[in-house]
Design a protein around this ligand. Structure first.
Ligand SMILES: C[S@@+](CC[C@H](N)C(=O)[O-])C[C@H]1O[C@@H](n2cnc3c(N)ncnc32)[C@H](O)[C@@H]1O
Length: 385
């Protein structure tokens, strides 16, 4: 990944022309119009400005900024809930149309809520009344900052939330351990698939395994703990590599190596086992933070299937972890998936299934409930023809 080019944002404050670094992890463009707002600003007015495309630079109390954001979120969500109840009838709209509508609504929501901005000094110091200490969370999430910046309050909240995950960890059911995710790295809070990895019989030879797209390192850890002698884990996201390294060190796992790679590691012998839990929904990610879930045109899934055979030892196995939510949303068919296996000269040895139990699959007010409640996550054990 190339380092991002610095971008500056300019605004008028009384007689002063001001400018600062524009910091947006969700890759929102620098705002063209900035309006100053504070504790006196009414939520309806702020909401209207944000809907019209203005950014709101907060000059009041820190906690009141969070309340403004909540009030704006309520204004967005109420009509969405009403609308979605009306349009939940699948005879009017196909489920894939509903999915794309929901994605658009989410992007619009993120844009509106992302328009409440704060100014921070170098080292992420916030001069607002009742502002918390932000430096350590922001440095961990965004790296060092040596000049003032404008940043969306939502991005700051993301960094503060991630710092909590990073400190407390996510306990993994079925394994006696916690995983510590970093900002911008897929957090395995839904991890029913762990049991699939524990249940699948290891190939007879298991000297070397690859974990492609390792994220926090969870799958590599399971393989190492199950007795695979050497695991090489890759990810395209540098944050994932730092995070996985930290998790391996906490567990004192010496048998795991990391490589930053687009798919497969280089300079390695052929592997007996290659595992991958790719992003599972074929849709364009709307920000870099979505790369772990959304995969435009199933590019990662197909790239993995096409490439894996060349890295696999004779009698080696591929374990693909994949949810079928995309099939229930009519974004990809089962036939298509089986065709991709066949095109890559891969045969299915067996499949293990599990049903997600997370809250969203039980939310009957969700217009996508029929798809979410039918979701199955599978471990496909594949081998070369
Ligand atoms: C759904 S997450 C899975 C993370 C982890 N394996 C787990 O099961 O918790 C998908 C991961 O694939 C990574 N990824 C996406 N495209 C990739 C590519 N072309 N090469 C390597 N990793 C990639 C993402 O950065 C992300 O960490």
């Amino acid at each position: 990944m190339l380092p991002k080019e610095k971008q500056y944002v300019h605004w008028q404050e009384g007689q002063l022309s001001r400018s600062a670094l524009w910091l947006s992890e969700s890759n929102q463009p620098a705002p063209a119009r900035i309006v100053l707002v504070d504790d006196q600003t009414k939520a309806d007015y702020a909401y209207r400005l944000a809907c019209e495309g203005s950014a709101l630079l907060w000059r009041g109390d820190f906690h009141n900024a969070r309340q403004l954001l909540q009030a704006m979120a309520r204004r967005i969500d109420q009509p969405v809930r009403r609308k979605s109840r009306k349009s939940a009838n699948p005879t009017q709209q196909s489920i894939s149309q509903l999915f794309h509508q929901q994605r658009q609504a989410q992007a619009q929501r993120a844009r509106i809520l992302g328009s409440v901005l704060l100014e921070l000094d170098a080292d992420y110091i916030c001069q607002l009344r009742r502002a918390p200490e932000l430096t350590s969370a922001c440095q961990a999430a965004f790296g060092p900052l040596d000049e003032p910046c404008l940043i969306a309050l939502r991005d700051l909240q993301g960094a503060l939330g991630a710092a909590q995950w990073q400190e407390k960890g996510v306990p993994i059911t079925g394994l006696n351990l916690s995983i510590f995710p970093h900002y911008g790295v897929f957090a395995p809070t839904r991890h029913e698939y762990v049991q699939l990895l524990l249940d699948a019989p290891l190939p007879a030879q298991h000297d070397l395994a690859f974990d492609i797209g390792t994220g926090t390192g969870l799958l590599a850890i399971i393989l190492a703990q199950r007795g695979v002698k050497q695991v090489v884990a890759t990810d395209i996201n540098p944050r994932a590599l730092t995070c996985a390294q930290e998790n391996f060190e906490r567990l004192k796992l010496a048998a795991v190596q990391l490589q930053q790679a687009d798919f497969f590691p280089t300079e390695q012998p052929l592997a007996n086992l290659i595992v991958c839990n790719p992003p599972w929904l074929p849709s364009k990610p709307s920000s870099p933070l979505e790369f772990a879930v959304y995969d435009a045109n199933s590019n990662m899934l197909r790239g993995f299937l096409q490439g894996a055979g060349a890295y696999l030892a004779p009698q080696g196995e591929i374990w693909l972890i994949l949810s079928d939510l995309a099939e229930h949303l009519e974004l990809r068919s089962r036939e298509q998936l089986l065709d991709w296996f066949a095109e890559a000269n891969l045969t299915v040895n067996y499949r293990l299934d599990t049903q997600p139990k997370h809250g969203r699959s039980q939310d009957t007010t969700d217009p996508l409930h029929s798809a979410r409640s039918a979701e199955i996550t599978s471990l496909w054990c594949l081998s070369k023809n």
